[in-house]
Write a protein that binds this ligand. Structure first.
Ligand SMILES: NC(=O)c1ccc[n+]([C@@H]2O[C@H](COP(=O)([O-])OP(=O)(O)OC[C@H]3O[C@@H](n4cnc5c(N)ncnc54)[C@H](OP(=O)(O)O)[C@@H]3O)[C@@H](O)[C@H]2O)c1
Length: 238
């Protein structure tokens, strides 16, 4: 048994393996994006992980609370994880890797405008480093948003995954970008599977690769199919 959740990195890429930037918003990519969301629903994991930048772009839209209204949660004698009682845990999570607590949530769960069951209702978990404003912790507690610490100044991915498994009982998660957080997972061998939806487009020079600061890692192809111009690849780490 693994002491961390099984991780499937699910991403839409360009032909040249990029995952960010303007190409994603073109009509020519819409079929790939639709297939991406369809697969996301079908994979039925215990939730999904995103880096802080992706969470901001897709879900919080840059909102940040006025921290002066919240009580500081002081370390005593060290930082303490805030995990809710079992009956308050939903079993379906949106896990935010948010080093310094920059994400402002208006609800403790994702409210998807289209009610997409792949995202809607996912309970938020904040993964933090210890370098976070103590009033931000008070804000999260007031919202009943669970948080865990993993690392002093930057997030130790392995430690975070260990806690997600052992404190929340999470067995399987999607890693859904972006480039920077994907790279951090790849570097510690925490990408078990890849699920890639390749759009028939080449990205521009500003777009980032599937894994920022990557290292050589071998995969084996387990499945592939096409849907008109879109290619879907499923691979497992060797
Ligand atoms: N093609 C797709 O399928 C897809 C899917 C999702 C997102 N995207 C795109 O991806 C873009 C954002 O990607 P991105 O690469 O710029 O950012 P990202 O990976 O979404 O977020 C990076 C941030 O995550 C935080 N982080 C937490 N732990 C970390 C760790 N151990 N190592 C590194 N960072 C850690 C850091 O936040 P701090 O800076 O606060 O420290 C870091 O800056 C968006 O434009 C979105 O459109 C594409």
């Amino acid at each position: 048994m693994m002491n961390r959740p099984y991780i499937i990195c699910h991403m839409t890429t360009s032909i040249d393996g990029k995952v960010t930037g303007d190409f994603l918003f073109r009509d020519e990519c819409s079929e790939a994006i639709e297939e991406y969301y369809q697969i996301n629903r079908n994979l039925k994991c215990d939730g999904f992980i995103c880096g802080r930048v992706t969470m901001e772009g897709s879900f919080t839209q840059g909102y940040y609370p006025d921290l002066s209204q919240y009580k500081a949660v002081k370390p005593e004698p060290c930082r303490v994880d805030y995990v809710l009682d079992k009956e308050k845990l939903s079993g379906f999570y949106a896990v935010a890797f948010d080093t310094n607590g920059k994400l402002g949530w208006k609800s403790n769960m994702i409210i998807d405008p289209d009610g997409d069951p792949g995202y809607d209702g996912a309970q938020i978990i904040e993964v933090l480093s210890e370098n976070v404003d103590e009033r931000y912790l008070g804000y999260l507690e007031s919202m009943e948003i669970p948080y865990i610490f993993a690392g002093e100044n930057k997030i130790d991915v392995k430690n975070a995954l260990f806690k997600l498994k052992n404190l929340f009982g999470i067995d399987k998660l999607l890693l859904e970008g972006g480039s920077v957080i994907n790279g951090a997972f790849l570097r510690v061998d925490a990408v078990d599977e890849l699920s890639l939806v390749i759009a028939p487009t080449i990205a521009d020079e500003d777009s980032k690769t599937l894994f920022a600061d990557s290292k050589i890692t071998d995969f084996t192809l387990t499945n592939s199919y096409t849907k008109n111009d879109v290619v879907v690849l499923k691979l497992k780490r060797r």
